[in-house]
Ligand binder design. Structure first.
Ligand SMILES: [Zn+2]
Length: 101
């Protein structure tokens, strides 16, 4: 496992832990989930989707496919992985893929 994958895995596991619990239980300023505080009820759909993205990214790390876009197969770029470790698409693809829904 490369350094990038190890770092990403650490981030993803920490994120998943914080998402699996309520913000009050977390009490960790590093695990920012601002939306939970601004809305009276937690958005389970968003959280489920994010957890699925995190699990998919962890699976890609396990399979040695981490860091490549699932749409075009091109490299994600270090900055993007650092910003969004669970990202599925490269910057070139993310716009039109997400537009399609
Ligand atoms: Zn792409």
């Amino acid at each position: 496992m490369s350094r990038i994958e190890a770092d990403a895995r650490e981030l993803l596991l920490r994120r998943r832990r914080s998402l699996s619990r309520s913000p009050a239980e977390v009490g960790d300023p590093a695990a920012r989930w601002g939306d939970w505080e601004s809305t009276p009820t937690p958005p389970p759909e968003n959280v489920r989707r994010e957890l699925a993205d995190i699990d998919a990214a962890l699976a890609r790390i396990q399979e040695g496919r981490y860091g490549t876009c699932v749409n075009c197969g091109g490299p994600m770029g270090l900055q993007r992985l650092r910003a969004i470790p669970e990202a599925r698409y490269c910057l070139a693809c993310v716009g039109h893929v997400e537009d399609r829904g």
